[in-house]
Design a protein around this ligand. Structure first.
Ligand SMILES: [Zn+2]
Length: 255
């Protein structure tokens, strides 16, 4: 069965056919989808999706873009959402210096607050990092109790190896299939099989040959095909190993 460790089915891109599309996923081999929040509204929506669909779970968190919205009330609601039995992770949280939609000092502070919350609640983290790797690693070093996955990992194989050594998982999606991408295929080829996760980040990041189209979890098939070739492994066993990683990472034992 296929793992989609990071999706956004609450996105308006799915408004026209959300229920029909999600209902069709199990027949296409999708076994677990973790829908990630990026603010309070999408975190609530992620929990609602996880309540409705047995193979969905929720990550709840405040994305660095939305860091300026953080306050005591937001923290209280996030805590309540994270306590839901179908909430399996805190995310997506992190730093994004590409868009800088919130000031960097605010991004760092809100990231640290949520890492501390993850440590306190014993939940894994779904990490968003864009053009902010050195600050991210510096902050993670201050929170050794917080562990999680790098969503859509974009660093080098050497950085991936370092993160794996520190107990983190590496999640890869459509970029593994992009002809002009160097790092994601190299990371796919080199990450230890027991630390690898697959994701879509749908509706974004559709793999080749669907680039530019709306992405959905069925397109992870293309990521697994490319991954099996890059790793010189059998596709079915790679798929099974990644699914087992997903169950272990998100501590899902009631599917
Ligand atoms: Zn995302």
């Amino acid at each position: 069965m296929i793992l989609d460790a990071h999706a956004h089915y609450d996105d308006p891109a799915f408004d026209a056919d959300r229920d029909a599309l999600i209902a069709s996923l199990p027949a296409a081999g999708i076994g677990l989808v973790v829908n990630a929040g990026s603010d309070l509204a999408s975190s609530r929506a992620s929990v609602a999706l996880a309540e409705r669909w047995p193979f969905f779970r929720a990550a709840v968190g405040i994305h660095p873009h939305e860091a300026s919205s953080w306050d005591g009330a937001a923290e209280r609601e996030l805590r309540a959402l994270a306590a839901h039995p179908r909430a399996v992770a805190l995310g997506e949280i992190g730093l994004d210096y590409h868009y800088d939609l919130s000031p960097r000092d605010v991004q760092k502070r809100v990231f640290e607050r949520q890492l501390a919350l993850a440590e306190e609640l014993g939940l894994p983290v779904v990490l968003h990092e864009r053009e902010a790797l050195s600050d991210t690693l510096e902050i993670l070093a201050r929170h050794p109790g917080a562990k999680g996955m790098f969503h859509c990992f974009s660093g080098s194989p050497e950085t991936a190896a370092e993160c794996v050594k520190n107990g983190w998982y590496i999640s890869l999606g459509g970029a593994v299939t992009f002809k002009n991408a160097k790092r994601p295929p190299a990371v796919m080829a080199s990450v230890p099989g027991n630390r690898l996760l697959t994701e879509t980040d749908c509706p974004y990041m559709a793999p080749v040959p669907f680039r530019g189209r709306r992405c959905d979890s069925t397109m992870i098939r293309q990521v697994l095909e490319a991954g099996a070739a890059l790793r010189n492994e059998d596709e079915a066993s790679l798929e099974a190993q990644i699914f087992a990683n997903g169950l272990r990472f998100f501590r899902v034992d009631d599917l």
